[in-house]
Write a protein that binds this ligand. Sequence first.
Ligand code: ATP
Length: 209
Amino acid sequence: MNLQHKIPQATARRLPLYYRFLSNLHNQGKTRVSSKELSDAVKVDSATIRRDFSYFGALGKKGYGYNVDYLLEFFKTTLAHDEMTEVALVGVGNLGTALLNYNFSRNNNTKLAMAFDRSKQKAGTFIGGVPIYHIDDLEEKIGDVEVVILTVPASAAQEIADRIVQQGVKGIVNFTPARLTLPEDVRIHHIDLSVELQSFVYFLKNYPL
Ligand code: ATP
């Protein structure tokens, strides 16, 4: 079942949030959940939750709520949770190291499989159980990896992007401030922590709650 093209992107973005909360409920032995409970936990208003869930064919019953197992099964398939996506990271500096140590252990459908750096000292070591290879070995080692996290300096980002795209990478999570030029079929997400923080402070100051 692949409904990813049928559900709106905004809904799709909330799926991992729902999934994590419902997994916790399931582990606690809960079989049902109300949209109010969900709403409080994931901080999404209940009207939005009801609309999101209607795309999944999960219609809550008044006084009963939603069936946890049904939803979990749905999310597992939709998020392809039984299909492991291997991810590589390029640039094992401060941020890259932190991400390797974190290793997304709460998330069981992605796995940081390898990392690359130009430092000869770092190559051949492991961080958080992930092997670090020299960047010169990228083409040899990257294999079928389709997703890459970029934590190199901005000045190196385009060159690395060109190389990984050449190897068949289809998705880039770009932690550098560099704007990259990529083929149309490559998807990119920008995560710029300093911009996030700046805009947060701006909102905090200009739009008091
Ligand atoms: P550090 O304190 O380890 O330098 P940092 O995050 O402040 O961390 P950056 O200059 O942003 O350092 O570099 C991040 C990492 O990217 C470093 O480990 C660096 O060796 C690596 N790096 C820089 N250029 C390249 C490149 N062209 N290819 C691969 N790795 C690179």
